[in-house]
Design a protein around this ligand. Sequence first.
Ligand SMILES: *[C@@H]1O[C@H](CO)[C@@H](O)[C@H](O)[C@H]1NC(C)=O
Ligand SMILES: *[C@@H]1O[C@H](CO)[C@@H](O)[C@H](O)[C@H]1NC(C)=O
Ligand SMILES: *[C@@H]1O[C@H](CO)[C@@H](O)[C@H](O)[C@H]1NC(C)=O
Ligand SMILES: *[C@@H]1O[C@H](CO)[C@@H](O)[C@H](O)[C@H]1NC(C)=O
Ligand SMILES: *[C@@H]1O[C@H](CO)[C@@H](O)[C@H](O)[C@H]1NC(C)=O
Ligand SMILES: *[C@@H]1O[C@H](CO)[C@@H](O)[C@H](O)[C@H]1NC(C)=O
Ligand SMILES: *[C@@H]1O[C@H](CO)[C@@H](O)[C@H](O)[C@H]1NC(C)=O
Ligand SMILES: *[C@@H]1O[C@H](CO)[C@@H](O)[C@H](O)[C@H]1NC(C)=O
Length: 362
Amino acid sequence: MRSTTKKHSPFRPRIDDCECTPSVQHIFRRHYLIQSPMYYIRWIYAVLYSLYLLFFLRAPTDSDIVGYIENTTMAMLIRRAADGKTGEYEVTVSDCKLRASGGYSLKNMSLRYKAGRNGVQILNFTRNGVEVGNRSEMFSTVYFYHIHSMHTKSHLFSNSLVRHIVDNDVKTLQESSYTSIPLHYVLLHSSLSVLMWDGNMSRYLGYGNACIRESILEESRNMSALEGHRAEHRWNLHGKNTFAGKLFRSRQALQSVMERHDIDPKLLDALFNHTIVHSVDHHGISEWSFLRFSLHPWDKDCSLYQAFNTSVFRVLITQPNLNPLAPNTISSINKPFYQDLYRELRKIDPKMADVVTASVMY
Ligand SMILES: *[C@@H]1O[C@H](CO)[C@@H](O)[C@H](O)[C@H]1NC(C)=O
Ligand SMILES: *[C@@H]1O[C@H](CO)[C@@H](O)[C@H](O)[C@H]1NC(C)=O
Ligand SMILES: *[C@@H]1O[C@H](CO)[C@@H](O)[C@H](O)[C@H]1NC(C)=O
Ligand SMILES: *[C@@H]1O[C@H](CO)[C@@H](O)[C@H](O)[C@H]1NC(C)=O
Ligand SMILES: *[C@@H]1O[C@H](CO)[C@@H](O)[C@H](O)[C@H]1NC(C)=O
Ligand SMILES: *[C@@H]1O[C@H](CO)[C@@H](O)[C@H](O)[C@H]1NC(C)=O
Ligand SMILES: *[C@@H]1O[C@H](CO)[C@@H](O)[C@H](O)[C@H]1NC(C)=O
Ligand SMILES: *[C@@H]1O[C@H](CO)[C@@H](O)[C@H](O)[C@H]1NC(C)=O
């Protein structure tokens, strides 16, 4: 049972609160100097690497689709099948606000799958009430929803958390103020954004995405899809060593490390999303770099150019992209709070602990 006295976080889930106000000017300067050049360097790498990848891309299978869902924040949406069949699970999304170019909207989707000794099998997938059988379209739809709705939710508390750190001069968490606000500013307001604004987008070689920016903002205002996901029994559906189980244990680890270092417990969920959830979600996505699908869920075929587009987007935007001289991973920060957190996370999963960054960096 969820307690009715649950404390509300003082932070507002607003990704568009990313203006360069005087108190955060130094963070913008740091971002433009240290983090944003990485995108130009990485772009060249993304183009070359994607050309090479074109020879190896393959169509997604059932286990790719389910594996993707189980190893990213999409896992929070997994439920046991409503009719209680053992080994059958469902992922249901309703009232989605996301829109794609060409006048398409993703209103709802539902996936049912079976996981057992003989591997996984997708039983049914519907999108806007219509059955979709093509695995590339399925993967593309799940990917579209995940990166623009679920993953975006891990960014939502970052702006107000950073403003809190700066305004109150919380020295212990200084590294957690880097890059997030300017990154959101570029994503939402600059012509270099990878997202479409009113259907307009700057097109560069293999760059850009199919989702409309306003629809991401609209979708981000509705957090109710996540309501109840904090309740423990939701996590218990997953094993201790699944992605979701590890996330839950990391949250507990963060909580106890915060206690030891006298950090206001009100910051817990915002800090959890901002550091751990965001970076391990990116890490989870990048395990699926070899699949051939279009970024636009309604594309009828995936041309070579479209497969190239998808690959550039994945290498440039969804794979972790850090400045090696200033990576801001918690393992690289020589301060007691981050080192302590790193040690605790290593006990849960050493590989995961290595990718966690102190703030939303990419
Ligand atoms: C798939 O789900 C839809 C809607 O939930 C239902 O109408 C359809 O019969 C299902 N198809 C199969 C093969 O189970
Ligand atoms: C999903 O969306 C379609 C298209 O808007 C609608 O007809 C259908 O009723 C919706 N299904 C659910 C379960 O919300
Ligand atoms: C982010 O934080 C909110 C509020 O604490 C929480 O409900 C949500 O599950 C978190 N988001 C993700 C993607 O973990
Ligand atoms: C998008 O393009 C249309 C027509 O080209 C233009 O009128 C509109 O102002 C543009 N919108 C933005 C946000 O740039
Ligand atoms: C990707 O490739 C298509 C051609 O298939 C091209 O028209 C488009 O501009 C590229 N970018 C996006 C976001 O689709
Ligand atoms: C928010 O999303 C939930 C389901 O995820 C839906 O039931 C509700 O109607 C939505 N609210 C608004 C205001 O769109
Ligand atoms: C994804 O998660 C499942 C279950 O949590 C696990 O068995 C599987 O190995 C993972 N797949 C990858 C590619 O990491
Ligand atoms: C499935 O869709 C992809 C494009 O999304 C297309 O290239 C492929 O040919 C389709 N496969 C089948 C079996 O229809």
